[in-house]
Design a protein around this ligand. Structure first.
Ligand code: NAD
Length: 380
């Protein structure tokens, strides 16, 4: 890595290298317009971390820390740059006053220790709030607690540690707002009464969503590979359960993927009998082409990173001392965000996914260079 500038004394037990844009390392992977990338290395604990801040234009750069045994430093850098940009676009497109950032730590759980998290916490603290971390793949609420012993710039702790706890119910409320926007756009009504919704996956988010949908008078069909989870929904809400294959064949107004990513591929799309897709799952599209494929089939797809953004809203509120009214207002704002994305898509003859990226770029005030969310791995 060229042109690095050491910042001595900032964090005594960490060697920190600050890199700014247009340096060799970025040219190697394709210049991406990141505001700042920070590399933290602490040989004593084995910490090797990269924090990427894409933008703080709209607010502090919020994004989780991913612990992953990357095969090389380059792979880690490429991933963190991709993920941080995706977080920035997600927050901006959803109308949040947050920037976008992400961090990766190279390794697996075997390298973790209280000392490592403390050192990492000090690294985050040195950024003075420009970057706020949270849980992501490989990290836990307990890690966030340890990080929080060294910095206030962390969210996603458990309620016992003054955190806001599970974001799933909030995420489900956000999905409902996105569905109401779709209903308004397609059927000129915000009401979901009588709307037939097929929910694929009734875990933490899906089950909360089913409850809300039933409250709204929707007609709900569900599927889950976990029979007990499916049975529970049938028992509690009287909804119909079908097999995990048949859920994609259900004639319905809205299909709501709430399980794992990649549910929508060419084969599945060719069988869909819905008018819109609005779900919480991350990375619902199997490939980039599936976005266009859905549009060609006449199915309106609300980008997953907008439909599920309430998870981010919920954890971000930890910073403000969690004001439920404020959180509700922000979650309600997903409705307007989806409507403006759908309008933009119609106006500019774009897919909603591409329109969302344009909306985000307009808000951030600069053009992106083609990063998409389709394989973006954006996690709330
Ligand atoms: P979860 O693990 O609690 O629930 C997932 C459910 O999907 C489980 O019940 C599982 O049995 C089921 N499932 C798995 N494969 C399936 C299949 N092939 N067909 C049908 N069901 C299947 O997870 P969650 O927290 O509810 O999250 C669901 C999705 O939403 C994930 O993609 C997650 O990344 C995303 N998301 C969650 C949140 C949140 O607040 N929890 C926020 C943003 C995005």
């Amino acid at each position: 890595m060229s042109n690095e500038a050491k910042v001595p004394g900032l964090i005594p037990d960490l060697q920190v290298e600050f890199l700014s844009t247009h340096m060799g390392v970025f040219e190697a992977i394709g210049s991406d317009g990141h505001e700042r990338v920070v590399v933290g290395h602490d040989p004593a604990t084995g910490l090797r971390a990269i924090i990427a801040i894409y933008s703080t234009e709209l607010g502090p750069a919020l994004g989780g820390t991913r612990l992953f045994p990357y095969p090389s430093d380059d792979a880690a850098l490429t991933d963190v740059l991709r993920l941080s940009k995706a977080m920035a676009l997600k927050a901006a497109a959803a109308g949040l006053d947050l920037g976008g950032g992400k961090a990766v730590i190279i390794g697996d759980r075997s390298i973790t220790s209280a000392d490592l998290w403390h050192g990492y916490g000090r690294l985050i603290d040195s950024l003075g709030g420009a970057y706020i971390t949270a849980e992501d793949v490989g990290t836990t609420t307990d890690d966030m607690r340890l990080i929080g012993e060294e910095t206030r710039w962390v969210v996603g702790r458990s309620p016992e540690d003054h955190g806001v706890g599970d974001p799933s119910p909030a995420t489900a409320r956000g999905v409902i707002r996105a569905m109401q926007a779709v209903s308004n756009h397609l059927w000129k009504t915000d009401s979901l009464h009588g709307c037939r919704v097929a929910v694929q996956g009734v875990g933490k988010v899906g089950s909360a969503l089913v409850e809300l949908l039933v409250d709204h008078g929707a007609e709900v069909v569900i599927a889950d590979i976990n029979q007990a989870a499916a049975d529970d929904m049938v028992e509690r809400f009287g909804v119909k359960a079908v097999s995990t294959e048949d859920i994609f064949l259900e004639e319905c107004d809205i299909l709501s993927p709430c399980s794992l990513g990649g549910a929508l591929n060419a084969e599945v799309i060719s069988h869909l009998q819905c008018r819109a897709v609005v779900g919480s799952a991350n990375n619902q599209l199997g490939t980039e082409a599936d976005d266009e494929r859905l549009a060609e089939t006449g199915i309106l797809y609300v980008p997953d990173f907008i439909a599920n953004v309430a998870g981010v809203i919920h954890v971000a509120a930890e910073l403000d001392g969690f004001d439920p009214e404020l959180v509700d207002n922000r979650i309600n704002g997903i409705y307007e965000a989806v409507l403006s994305i759908l309008d933009r898509a119609e106006q500019d003859d774009l897919t909603p996914n591409d329109a969302a990226i344009r909306v985000a770029e307009d808000r951030i005030g600069r053009e992106g260079n083609g990063v998409t969310f389709r394989h973006g791995g954006t996690r709330a």
